[in-house]
Structures are given as structure tokens and as C-alpha cells.
Design a protein around this ligand. Structure first.
Ligand code: SF4
Length: 356
């Protein structure tokens, strides 16, 4: 099927390039798997520097004078390894389980929760033993059948940004296509979906794009694909027959947020082909942070305009054993109601999965 490219796509702006790591480490065993060798071929073909390491835990010292420089360099470092922990974490509210194919991300979103979940290990890791991971997924599906079991592939990274290196999403999608009771979902801020088009998915994979107001994308999401690129990719995904969704996250309260989010939904309706909107889902996540995250963000992005004033927030006990700070109830209600109304104004048939 021919994909109509939205008229408003800014052709004059340089497109976001696929990620190329500056340095790649291989852990023991990685080269015993076909995927490990495929990644080694990729590395050699591009003349990327690589090293062998006994464990990613030994990669502690990144070059750079400041915390910011070290952090930037770490985020351009890729570690190729074998996933040993095969018990999957829960992934509420988005899915039943997190399916682990990668951790870490090349994006520089100031608010990103990976700041804390990955802590001092912000490098990117990809796993080569996909067959073991899929075997485990099958066990989870069989245990719960005939209930549907959903797996989220983007809990600890943005795997679309790594697909040209690993091909792991493609394998997961094809596996899930044949699973009557299994479903896959993942979210992305990258537009590099080419490898996912023209493969068998059987409508068992929902691909969601993370979107936000212009202000939030410009201020807080460096090194990710532009809004237009994401929407162009969303249209391709819809034309490829995948169930499609959007995550508006993090929803941020700033001067002019109503206009920002109203414009976002209007723009989305204008650029998304009409036949791509059937069965659309939306998820909404308000901005939250912990004290640990605030400290890290202030060190790594010292000029950030991200508002993290604890006095203006409501404290909520988080499941990771730390308080998180969300918006007070009145602000939450205003955000949820306003954005929900705009969603249904532009997409009356859409479904809102949750606001959290
Ligand atoms: Fe984090 Fe997603 Fe941004 Fe990557 S793209 S830095 S995972 S928020």
C-alpha cells in the first residue's frame, strides 16, 4: 500500500539520524549467538571501536571532565550481552509483563525515569539470546491462557532506536503474531520503523508513539525524532495494519499548557491520515519525579527548565520504595479533563487506556 506523507512534514529540516554508538563492548558469551556476531559485523563494517569485557559492571569509568560529559559519552556506549535474568518484571498499567530486550537509551529527555532506574549505568545494553527470552514469554502466556498476556518491550529503553542494530523487535513481533493469547506493545520517540513494516504481525502488536506539546518536545526531549517524523512513522505503522496508539507523557503544567495540548491534538488530527485513526488508543501520564531524580537531572541538565519544586507538588508513595511528586489533585483533574475533551473532540472513536 502507498503511504501518503502528511503535507506538513518539514522536508527542509534535517531528519533525525539512526543511532551509531561510539564504542561497543561485548560481554562473555555474546559472540556465541548469531545476533552477537551480526552486531560484531555491524560494528566492524562501520569502523566502530570495540572491546571485550568480562562484565558490564566493570565499565565504570567514562571519559569526560564533568558529570555531564561522562553521561553523554556513556549514552553513546553500547554493551552487547546475554540476558541471564529471565523472570520478567510486572509492567502495570501498560501491560502484564516487561519483556527484556534492551536497557538504556540514546535520547536525552530531561525528565526520563531511566535517570534513576539505571542510575550510574546509563549506557545502552542489548541482549543477544532472544530465543531464551521468547521461550520464557511463551511460558507466561501458557500459564495464563486463555487470558490474554501482554508484554511491554519499552520499559527500560526505546527499542525502535536500536532496531537497526539488533532486529529484536522484528523477532518479537513475528513470534507474537502466532501466539493466540499473547500480545506485544512498545512505545517510541523515534521514527525509524522501516524494519517493522512488511512483516507478519497478525494485529498482535500495538505500536505507540510518545508525543507532547511543542514546548515540551523542544525544551525537554533532545536527541529524539521530531514530532513530524514521529507522526509520519505513525501513519506508516497504521498503513502496515498495526494497532496504533499514542502516549502523551509526561503531561507538564506550564504557562500556556492548555494551548499547547489543544494544538497538539489538533495537529495530530491534521497530519494523521483519516484511515489511520480507527481503534486509536491514548495513554496519559502526568509528570512526576523523586528526590533522587531531581538531584540527578539538576546535575546532568543544569540548565533545564523542568519545574521540580517539591512545595508545588503532591507526595505519593511509589512502588520503588520512594516518594514521588505528582501534581496536586486540582491540577491533575484540570489536565486530565482538558486533554480528554480534546482527544474526543478530534478522535471521537479513540479509547483512553488510563491517566496516571
Ligand atoms: Fe527516556 Fe524515552 Fe527519552 Fe529515551 S526516548 S531518553 S527512554 S524518555
Amino acid at each position: 500500500m502507498t503511504v501518503k506523507i502528511p503535507v506538513r512534514t518539514a522536508r527542509t529540516v534535517k531528519s533525525t539520524r539512526v543511532f551509531t554508538p561510539d564504542l561497543v563492548y561485548f560481554e562473555p558469551g555474546a559472540l556465541e549467538y548469531p545476533k552477537g556476531n551480526k552486531i560484531m559485523d555491524y560494528v566492524k563494517a562501520r569502523g566502530i571501536e570495540y572491546r571485550m569485557t568480562t562484565s558490564h559492571n566493570r565499565i565504570t569509568n567514562f571519559p569526560g571532565e564533568t558529570e555531564q560529559e561522562k553521561y553523554r559519552i556513556a549514552k553513546r556506549t553500547l554493551v552487547v550481552g546475554v540476558r541471564k535474568t529471565l523472570a520478567f518484571d510486572q509492567s502495570k498499567p501498560s501491560a502484564d509483563y516487561a519483556i527484556p530486550i534492551s536497557t538504556g537509551c540514546m535520547g536525552h529527555c530531561h525528565y526520563c525515569y531511566l535517570q534513576t532506574t539505571l542510575g550510574a549505568k546509563p549506557y545502552i545494553r542489548v541482549y543477544v539470546n532472544t530465543e531464551d527470552i521468547l521461550r520464557t514469554a511463551k511460558q507466561y502466556i501458557e500459564e495464563r491462557a486463555p487470558q490474554i498476556t501482554t508484554f511491554e518491550a519499552a520499559c527500560t529503553s526505546d527499542p525502535v532506536g536500536l532496531e537497526h542494530i539488533t532486529g529484536s523487535l522484528r523477532e518479537l513481533i513475528q513470534f507474537m503474531a502466532d501466539e493466540e493469547f499473547g500480545r506485544l506493545r512498545f512505545v517510541t520517540k523515534f521514527h525509524h520503523v522501516g524494519p517493522l513494516l512488511n512483516i507478519k504481525h497478525n494485529n498482535h502488536t500495538r505500536i505507540r508513539f510518545s508525543i507532547n506539546s511543542d514546548y515540551v518536545i523542544r525544551q525537554f526531549e533532545p536527541s529524539t525524532s521530531r514530532f513530524e517524523e514521529r507522526i509520519e512513522a505513525a501513519a506508516k505503522i497504521a498503513h502496515a495494519g498495526y494497532p496504533l496508539g499514542f502516549i502523551i507523557a509526561p503531561i507538564i503544567w506550564y504557562d500556556g499548557w492548555e494551548k499547547g495540548y489543544a494544538d497538539l491534538l489538533e495537529r495530530l488530527e491534521n497530519v494523521l491520515p483519516k484511515d489511520a485513526t480507527d481503534g486509536l488508543t491514548f495513554e496519559m501520564i502526568q509528570h512526576r519525579f523523586t528526590k533522587t531524580a531531581k538531584n540527578l537531572i539538576e546535575k546532568r541538565y543544569p540548565k533545564t527548565k523542568l519545574e521540580m519544586d517539591i512545595a508545588k507538588r503532591k507526595q505519593k508513595w511509589g512502588r520503588w520504595g520512594q516518594y514521588k511528586y505528582v501534581y496536586p489533585n486540582e491540577q491533575q483533574t484540570a489536565l486530565r479533563e482538558f486533554i480528554t475533551e480534546r482527544i474526543f473532540e478530534h478522535f471521537p472513536k479513540a479509547k483512553i487506556d488510563y491517566f496516571t
